[in-house]
Structure formats: structure tokens, C-alpha cells
Design a protein around this ligand. Structure first.
Ligand code: GSH
Length: 258
């Protein structure tokens, strides 16, 4: 059993919202204090070092863990989805085991990844301005119609996707105040993969899409109600983005011409 000190969390990412933003939402929602590093020079100088940057990419989450000799060591985790799932587990976001509901929610994760990939291709591609218009007018309505259906047919009582979401466990909420470290138990303790992490991914994507098209959820009442529900959670309600820029260049920061 590895003792992880979650209060030591450092998120390294570029000084933009991007793939870091769903992680920041979750850390805030769970009241986990964290340090943010935007040291991109160090990333680019060391990214070929697999011990430091497993897949040569950011975001990266670093925490301290008690080594076998009892000494603390810093360990790094890459991949946005893995970081979100890890944080959700240690923060105690869980639901009753239901393989079907879990799979329904997993669809959202993969669909968000597809949407994010399509979005960033338009943002960073050489012909971004032309691609963005096609993206906003064709891809986004197609995907949001699919999400509207998914959410409308799998709505929890409180308006989340599939599972009702409570605040994380009391243990996690007390973490900043008393428990400076705790153990990450074997996976059986966290048999259910939490669904809220996928919803934080979508929450960020809706925010990014709204920059391109301010009325983006106007035709999707279930998604609009879901977004309001998510934004009313204590973490997101008081959330101030640390970074103004959505991504690394001027594309996509404002409304896109039809
Ligand atoms: N599958 C990865 C993708 C990460 C990714 O694309 N990171 C980009 C920034 S958003 C990056 O590190 N780019 C710099 C580089 O590749 O040198 C994840 O989900 O974390």
C-alpha cells in the first residue's frame, strides 16, 4: 500500500486552460490544494526523459509517495484521463457498482476525447480559421445532438449523467485541514470508476465551444440544465480560471464567423 501525500500535488501544464482545465476543476471541486507549474522551458529541455515525462507531453501531476525505504519520493503521472481518474479515486468520488452505467459514462469520456481532438486540430492546424467555421457549423451541432440524447436518456435524479454526484467524501474534504497524507488502498476499495471526471472534461469543452459560439447550448435543454447543475457545485461556482487563454494561440478565443 503506497502512502501518497495528495496535499503535495503539483500540476505542470502550459499557461493556458486546455487539457489542464478539467484537472483544475476537479482539484477545486474536491478542495485539494495544489501548486501549479507553468515551467515550459524545463518541460521542453527534459521531455525526452521518460522518468520525468512518460509520454513527452503535459499535463503532468506530481505527488510525493513514501518509498520502500521510508523516504518520500516524487512520482509523476501523465495523461489527462489517468490524472483525472486518480484524483477522483483519492478524493473519494464513487458510485454504486453498476457496470452498465459505468459503460454509459465511459462513452462520454471517449466522445469528449474525439471532440477535443477535432477542436484542437482546428485550433493548431495551419488552416485553422477555415477549419473552425466548418467545425462550429457542422461538427459541434452533430456532437451536441448526440450528447443531448445521451444525457436525456441517462439522467440521474439530480440532473447528472447516470449517477447522482455528491461532494467527495468527508475524508477528502477534511484533507486540506487535517490529514496531510493518506494511503491509496488497493483498487478493490475503489471498485467503481467515478463518472464526474468525464463530466468535468465536457464542462471545459462546453466552455471552450461557447467562446466560438456564445449560444452553443441554446438548442440543447438537457445539456444546458446539466451545465447549470455542474456550475452550481461549490467548487465550480467559485472557480476563477487561472489562465485567460484557452489554448496556445489566438484561434478559438472569440466567436467564429458563421
Ligand atoms: N493524450 C495526452 C495528450 C497530451 C497533449 O496533447 N499534450 C500537449 C499539450 S495539450 C503537449 O504536451 N504538447 C507539447 C509537445 O507535444 O511537445 C493527454 O490526454 O494528456
Amino acid at each position: 500500500m503506497a502512502r501518497i501525500n495528495i496535499a503535495s500535488a503539483t500540476l505542470q501544464y502550459f499557461p493556458i486552460q486546455g487539457r489542464g482545465e478539467p484537472i483544475r476543476y476537479l482539484l477545486t471541486d474536491a478542495s485539494i490544494p495544489f501548486t501549479e507549474s507553468n515551467d515550459t522551458a524545463s518541460f521542453f529541455a527534459n521531455k525526452a526523459d521518460c522518468a520525468e515525462y512518460r509520454f513527452q507531453q503535459l499535463p503532468r501531476l506530481s505527488v510525493t509517495r513514501a518509498g520502500s525505504d521510508g523516504q518520500d519520493e516524487v512520482v509523476h503521472l501523465a495523461q489527462q484521463g489517468a490524472i483525472l481518474r486518480f484524483l477522483a479515486k483519492v478524493a473519494g468520488y464513487g458510485e454504486g457498482a453498476d457496470a452498465w452505467k459505468e459503460a454509459v459514462v465511459d462513452q462520454l469520456q471517449d466522445a469528449c476525447e474525439d471532440l477535443n481532438t477535432a477542436y484542437t486540430r482546428c485550433i493548431y492546424g495551419a488552416d485553422a480559421p477555415a477549419l473552425l467555421s466548418e467545425f462550429v457549423n457542422t461538427t459541434v451541432p452533430k456532437v451536441l445532438r448526440q450528447f443531448e440524447y445521451l444525457f436525456a436518456h441517462n439522467k440521474s435524479e439530480a440532473g447528472y449523467l447516470a449517477f447522482d454526484q455528491v461532494l467527495p467524501s468527508l475524508h477528502a474534504r477534511l484533507l486540506p485541514f487535517c490529514a496531510r497524507s493518506f494511503s491509496v488502498a488497493p483498487s478493490t476499495t475503489f471498485a467503481n470508476s467515478p463518472s464526474l471526471v468525464r463530466q468535468f472534461h465536457l464542462l471545459y469543452l462546453v466552455h471552450a465551444l461557447r467562446k466560438l459560439q456564445p449560444a452553443v447550448l441554446e438548442s440543447y435543454p438537457t445539456l444546458a440544465a446539466w451545465e447549470a447543475r455542474m456550475r452550481a457545485r461549490p467548487g465550480p461556482a467559485g472557480y476563477e480560471p487561472r489562465h485567460e487563454m484557452l489554448n496556445g494561440n489566438a484561434n478559438g478565443q472569440g466567436p467564429c464567423a458563421a
